[in-house]
Ligand binder design. Structure first.
Ligand SMILES: Nc1nc2c(ncn2[C@@H]2O[C@H](COP(=O)(O)OP(=O)(O)OP(=O)(O)O)[C@@H](O)[C@H]2O)c(=O)[nH]1
Length: 194
């Protein structure tokens, strides 16, 4: 594992002043960030969100997915509790990258669902790798989490790396007519729990 901690600083947000921790993967050149609020290293379960980058949803307000709404809801919930962690992983497009995600969108415009579109481009349905979470959790001394997700793969990924997921909290928000088919495919083909 070539992921290394780089530096920490502060990040004021509309929901409070978070700490921001930078990590880089020398092998892939990818840079990731983790936001924390409060003392997350005290051994108590930490309210957590593992979020994969979605430039279109997180930064450009896209309604084709539920990513931006989930990101905001997660930060709000962490702020409400005054303690928690957001792992922001730069695995755009479920790991296929931004340009390929736009190619996949075009195929979806033409009738494919989100899984078929990935496959037509020669990718698996979900190419994400969560193994870097181990280094991040160890660095922050996080051993137990209450995970905000609808995705059972994230629960398994953390558990496989020795992080105890003591609770899964559904994160259902951002549904709209533009993402109805996408969300139905996630629950029908990708095993998302809704
Ligand atoms: N390939 C592809 N990726 C997409 C599409 N729509 C959204 N994404 C990506 O899907 C990922 C969604 O990430 P998350 O919200 O962390 O994960 P999730 O699997 O939806 O699980 P939870 O939100 O935790 O329930 C992001 O990387 C998005 O860029 C799409 O149509 N095709």
């Amino acid at each position: 594992m070539s992921v290394k901690f780089v530096e920490s600083s502060q990040l004021p947000t509309p929901w409070g002043v978070f700490d921001i921790h930078g990590f880089e993967d020398a092998e892939s050149g990818k840079e990731h960030v983790v936001l924390t609020l409060g003392d997350v290293s005290d051994g108590q379960p930490v309210l957590a969100r593992v979020h994969s980058e979605c430039l279109t949803g997180d930064a450009l307000f896209s309604m084709r997915c539920d990513c931006g709404a989930q990101l905001q809801a997660a930060l709000e919930k962490i702020a409400e509790e005054g303690r928690g962690v957001l792992f922001y992983l730069r695995q755009e497009g479920r790991g296929i990258g931004l340009m390929n995600k736009i190619r996949a969108y075009k195929l979806q415009d033409e009738g494919a669902d989100t899984v078929e579109a990935n496959e037509k481009l020669g990718f698996g349905a979900d190419m994400r790798d969560y193994s870097l979470l181990k280094v991040m959790c160890e660095h922050l001394n996080i051993g137990k989490v209450r995970l905000m997700t609808n995705n059972p793969r994230k629960v398994k990924a953390l558990t496989d790396q020795g992080v105890d997921v003591v609770e899964r909290l559904p994160l259902q928000t951002g549904q709209n007519p533009h993402n109805a088919k996408y969300l139905a495919t996630k629950s029908g083909k990708l095993g998302h729990l809704f």
